[in-house]
Ligand binder design. Structure first.
Ligand code: GDP
Ligand code: IMO
Ligand code: MG
Length: 429
């Protein structure tokens, strides 16, 4: 049985949290395999709302195991406070496991994230300032700390002295307003290490053994494929691979186990932070999407930039992730717009591009080629239970997306909450 790998097909905030929660009811385990507290995944049912940053979004279902795998970067204090919040609302997190190989986001990673952004000035990336870039950079530079190191305090202390010397030298060479105190960091690590290591496991072995026993695994991607460090709009990206194939390297799952990549596509586009966004709208339609879609960053509270659906970008995201099935989200937000547009290509320098541009400066200067559709006025968030209930104009919009992307829209989401979800045919994981 393949493991389902759920990935966002745009620049994040596609509704991965909602769809993960929806599918997790059928899963034995939900695995977060990349990213960290920069993610903000919302799950809503009834009048309850949860915003997950590091905890897998599927853990509100009874009996589901949650795994934060090796490719994730863990902010221990943030994670413990998030866990406390969820547990205080009556949910059991005793089956949440953290890879002993996952890297730790240190306090100086967050400080450096902010200071480096300030140094970039007008060229800032607009990061979430959660220390993600500096933490992954240290992982690659072999200056990082992994969860298993919390178990050996003496060695931890020694290594901290060295790493903090390197970090302070770097900060002072660039005149960054950052002062890193190894002793204070060590003391704070001792405070949380017990609570974290209680959940630490060899999750690689756990995942492979679950797959071998035919358990149903759901991998929850974060951030969206256009923010992938290799395949997104570099450098306006996050610092991890977000493509479906990364589920292997970032969890240690053996490639002998097949995956089923499943995409989450929002019916229009949003982006938080800097970077190219060819279909961005700064008119009343953009305002409609922002207001009706309540497009405010889940992690940072920043307003999200809004625009038309970009199928040229989505086709690239689908190619690099092997997606054949998608959940189309936030279709209800499009109600009330007269004419809808979707980008089906880019023109650059008077020429139609065949492939998605690797270069952000090209992506900044392209002109989207649009296809127009009739909109609909019906509100979709009340009483829409079956695909047949949707207005014809919405069905035409969906059919075009399916055909253009060569995917099946298996799930249509028409509202925030679990019950506002239309499933086409029988869905299983
Ligand atoms: P994620 O990062 O991909 O998990 O997405 P976020 O949670 O950051 O942002 C998606 C927002 O849209 C959340 O507030 C969700 O509650 C909401 N949402 C998800 N699906 C739908 C939908 O179909 N319709 C509407 N109106 N809101 C939705
Ligand atoms: P979810 O999982 C939207 C964006 C940031 C910034 C860039 C780099 O909720 O979809 P980082 O802090 O990762 O170094 O920031 O990536 N970004 C996101 N945008 N949703 C997210 O997560 C994001 N995670 C990172 O805004 O432009
Ligand atoms: Mg989000």
């Amino acid at each position: 049985m393949p493991a389902t790998v759920l990935v966002g097909l745009q620049w994040g905030d596609e509704g991965k949290g909602k769809i993960t929660d929806f599918m997790a009811g059928m899963a034995n385990a939900v695995v977060r395999f990349q990213g960290g507290a920069n993610a903000g995944h919302t799950v809503e049912f009834g009048s309850s709302r949860f915003k997950f940053h590091q905890i897998p979004s599927g853990m509100l279902h009874k009996g589901v195991t949650g795994i934060i795998a090796n490719g994730s970067v863990v902010d221990p204090e943030g994670l413990l406070s998030e866990m406390e919040g969820v547990e205080s609302r009556g949910f059991d997190l005793s089956k949440l496991y953290i890879s002993d190989r996952a890297h730790i986001v240190m306090p100086y990673h967050k400080q450096l994230d902010g200071a480096e952004e300030a140094l970039r000035g007008a060229n800032a990336l607009g990061t979430t300032k959660r220390g993600i870039g500096p933490c992954y950079a240290d992982k690659s530079a072999r200056l990082g700390f992994r969860i298993n190191e919390l178990l050996k305090p003496d060695a931890l202390r020694q290594k901290l002295e060295f790493v903090c010397r390197v970090k302070n030298a770097y900060a002072s060479a660039l005149s960054l307003d950052v002062d890193i105190d190894a002793g204070a960091i060590y003391e704070s690590m001792l405070k949380y290490s017990g609570a974290i290591t209680e959940h630490a496991r060899d999750t690689t072995g756990m995942i492979n053994s679950m797959m071998a026993r035919g358990r149903k695994l759901l991998f929850e991607g974060a951030h969206g494929i256009m923010l992938d460090i290799d395949h997104g709009n570099y450098p306006f990206v996050t610092s991890s691979n977000t493509v479906a194939g990364d589920a292997y390297a970032s969890s240690g799952m053996s490639p002998r186990h097949p995956i089923r990549p499943f995409g989450v596509l929002k019916a229009y586009s949003t982006r938080v932070g800097a970077g190219p966004f060819p279909t961005e709208l700064s008119d009343t339609v953009g305002e409609h999407l922002a207001l009706k879609g309540m497009e405010v960053g889940t992690t940072t509270g920043r307003p999200r930039r809004c625009g038309w659906l970009d199928l040229f970008a989505a086709r690239h995201a689908i190619m690099v992730s092997g997606v054949r099935e998608v959940a189309l989200t936030k279709l209800d937000v499009l109600s009330g717009i007269d004419r809808l547009k979707v980008a089906v290509g880019y023109e650059y320098d008077g020429r139609k591009l065949r492939d998605y541009p690797a270069d952000a400066s090209t992506a900044y200067s392209v002109r989207p080629v649009y296809r127009e559709f009739r909109g609909w006025n019906d509100q979709l968030d009340e009483g829409m239970k079956r695909y047949a209930d949707l207005p014809q104009a919405a069905k035409t919009y969906i059919s075009f997306i399916e055909k253009f992307l060569d995917v099946s829209a298996r799930i249509i989401s028409v509202g925030h909450t679990r019950d506002r979800t239309i499933v086409r045919g029988k869905i299983s994981i």
